[in-house]
Design a protein around this ligand. Sequence first.
Ligand SMILES: CC(C)(COP(=O)(O)OP(=O)(O)OC[C@H]1O[C@@H](n2cnc3c(N)ncnc32)[C@H](O)[C@@H]1OP(=O)(O)O)[C@@H](O)C(=O)NCCC(=O)NCCS
Length: 189
Amino acid sequence: MVTFLSSSDILSVSSLHKKELPGFLSKLGEYFLTEFYKTSLGIPSVFTLVYKKDGEIAGFATGVETSRGLLGTFFRENPMGMGSALCFAVLTSPKLIFDIFKTLAYPGFGHDHAELLSISVDSKYQRKGIGKELFEETIKEFKKRKINSFKVSIYDGMSANSFYKKMGCKLDSSFSFMGSKMNYYSFKI
Ligand SMILES: CC(C)(COP(=O)(O)OP(=O)(O)OC[C@H]1O[C@@H](n2cnc3c(N)ncnc32)[C@H](O)[C@@H]1OP(=O)(O)O)[C@@H](O)C(=O)NCCC(=O)NCCS
């Protein structure tokens, strides 16, 4: 069953994010992720869909109407919470400060397009159609918001590139991000 993220799902979603998604947000740790998803509930242009199986979160997908200035949007919505979570992450692992500055160079933050920020299914439930259902529900949600295309970026070499191609995404471009190659796909609704 797919529903919208609620406050009671946040710890499970943050923990699943950290477990399955290797990107920058995971490096900032579960405390930061918890604050990130909590804050997202107050931002109308951001939505997270969760897939529940027997009361457990088996997967989730997060979409944004525009990725332009996204980090600023989160910090403006919840300066205390996001600020203290970031400080905690940096104090725990000071070298993260370099990654934080590099993250600001993410090309999406300068573009006015809708984006599927992340999609993740718990490894024990993968290859059972849950990712596809979350992807399809994300399309429906974007459509309700009058959005007719969205983008998604992923590290080159991750097997989920094949998932996006299966879902009908087309490769737009590639770029270098924090020393790794990333691919930008787009999906027309
Ligand atoms: C990518 C991911 C979301 C796919 O979820 P899933 O529930 O396993 O996918 P589904 O079972 O719905 O698969 C849908 C289709 O994609 C294909 N597919 C899924 N994962 C694939 C993979 N890693 N490689 C190749 N094909 C894949 C399936 O075979 C299926 O094809 P079919 O419809 O022809 O049978 C999941 O593997 C995952 O969470 N991975 C780790 C996190 C990640 O990399 N997320 C993407 C970056 S944000």
